[in-house]
Design a protein around this ligand. Structure first.
Ligand code: NDP
Length: 453
């Protein structure tokens, strides 16, 4: 059977663009890609990239304060100019979107700037009614923020909106305790917004190492975020431009803005899945096997729409594995073990492998942990402590987990992740010479376990 395309990709985010580029540019396939919004998806347009730029912007007041202790006596942060930053942010996102489009063009991918749905296992229908057949179809539609249902939920922002506020609010309530809630609590706090954060559970950052979670929570509070755990939001009322919020405990009051950072859902609605017989999971995720193949052999899915590990680099690896499998005839699974990540709070949390609680469940462990005042922090007169922690398997001596809380922890954990991925033992860490004076040297100088379990 002749098809219009070898591959039709639905979704122009990190996963979709990578798959299209590799299949077309490297494997020589005839590829089309449909994207209804901007090219680049969540990461580039409304996620990692603009978020990280805001992280940078929000870090300067703290650095300027430290600078005074280091002799820059006249240094003053002054007021943050949101309009200036926003104008530059928009220009940067435009530039990056342009690069994504250029990459696709160079690779010979046919781009349709509109929504696409599945009509049958080999046919895609565009919003304008045109239909194209394809030997393979890849769904890479990502995810979207989820707002819990409650009176007044429509007044709350999501992470999609935060990058395009007309002006910075003076006060903000942030609901949630995950990556996005904690990152924006720190960003907004750093930019001078008075931030209240509420989280329904006992401690923020569920799923991370317990000690690291506690450490981050304490430092977030020290830096000025009014964080309340064990507290949920009940309703929001508009009140002359402000929002009156009722919660189950602390945090009730008036805010200029309310941000829901209460998780994300896979973008699988209205994709025509019913036309091909794909049934989604409980959260709307598209079930796939280890190769990204759905229940329909010609249709694959990668990235957040499959709701496995919802991180950009994971989607990119899944896309590359899909192209290897389907277009190079080399069955390849994306490796989901030991995936490192960073929460860009201030300070950051970098993590790879198991937390202490999870590791303890699986067998005997040794815990090496040290919290200390870093050189620059001490000199600046701040009490803030860094945390370095290793979880070691008592039997194999392998380092099962590494958790770092300090400035630049995201950069550090990337390198520690290589060692853990290679199966490094505690003795490998011990025989590695320290780089002095750094914070990370602590990872290779912790001699005695603080506890065994
Ligand atoms: P998370 O799943 O990390 O956190 C969601 C938070 O919202 C949790 O604290 C959760 O509480 C809470 N929550 C969920 N439902 C409700 C509800 N009905 N009422 C009140 N609270 C609720 O999601 P995020 O939105 O923060 O991020 C989504 C994903 O995006 C992350 O998991 C991560 O994979 C990715 N991401 C990665 C980043 C990075 O690498 N730096 C940055 C941002 C996002 P509970 O814990 O009790 O369930």
């Amino acid at each position: 059977m002749n098809f219009d395309f070898d591959l039709f990709v639905i979704g122009g985010g990190s996963g979709g663009v990578r798959a299209a580029r590799l299949a077309s540019g490297e494997a020589g396939a005839k590829v089309a890609l449909a994207e209804e919004d901007r090219m680049g998806g969540t990461c580039v347009i409304r996620g990692c990239v603009p978020k990280k730029l805001m992280v940078f912007a929000s870090g300067y007041p703290g650095q300027i304060e430290d600078a005074r202790a280091f002799g820059w006596r006249q240094a003053r942060a002054g007021r943050f100019d949101w309009d200036h930053f926003h104008e530059r942010l928009v220009a940067e996102l435009d530039r990056l979107e342009g690069l994504y489009r250029q990459t696709l063009k160079k690779a010979g991918v046919t781009v349709f700037d509109q929504r696409a749905r599945l009509a049958d296992p080999h046919t895609v229908e565009l919003a304008d009614g045109r239909r194209f057949t394809a030997r393979h179809i890849l769904i890479a539609t990502g995810g979207r923020p989820f707002k819990p249902a409650m009176p007044g939920a429509e007044h709350a922002l999501t992470s999609n909106d935060v990058f395009h506020l007309e002006r910075l609010p003076e006060t903000m309530l942030i609901v949630g305790g995950g990556y996005i809630a904690c990152e924006f609590a720190c960003i907004m706090n750093g930019l001078g917004v008075k931030v209240t954060q509420i989280y329904r559970g006992a401690q923020i950052l569920r799923g991370f190492d317990g000690e690291a979670r506690g450490h981050v929570a304490e430092l977030i509070r020290t830096r000025g975020v009014d964080l309340h755990v064990g507290t949920d939001i009940l309703e929001i009322h508009e009140n002359g431009g402000n929002f009156r919020v009722k919660t189950t405990g602390a945090g009730s009051g008036e805010y200029d803005q309310v941000l829901f950072a209460t998780g994300r859902l896979p973008n699988s609605d209205d994709l025509g899945l019913e036309n091909v017989g794909i049934e989604t999971g409980r959260r709307g995720e598209i079930p796939v096997d280890e190769y990204g193949q759905t229940a329909v052999p010609s249709i694959f899915a990668v990235g957040d729409v499959t709701d496995r590990i919802n991180l950009t680099p994971v989607a990119i690896r899944e896309a590359a594995a899909f192209v290897e499998t389907v277009f190079h005839g080399r069955p390849t699974k994306a490796d989901h073990e030991m995936v490192a990540s960073a929460v860009f709070t201030q300070p950051e949390l970098g993590t790879v492998g198991m937390g202490e609680e999870e590791a303890r469940e699986r067998g005997a462990i040794e815990v090496y942990s040290n919290s200390f005042r870093a050189m620059h922090t001490g000199f600046a007169g701040r009490e803030e402590r860094a945390l370095m922690k290793l979880i070691v398997c008592a039997e194999s001596r392998r380092v099962l987990g590494c958790h770092i809380v300090c400035d630049q922890a995201g950069e550090m954990i990337q390198l520690a992740a290589v060692a853990l991925k290679m199966g490094a033992t505690k003795e490998d860490f011990d025989r590695t010479m320290a780089v002095h004076p750094t914070m990370a040297e602590e990872l290779v100088t912790m001699k005695t376990p603080v506890r065994t379990a």
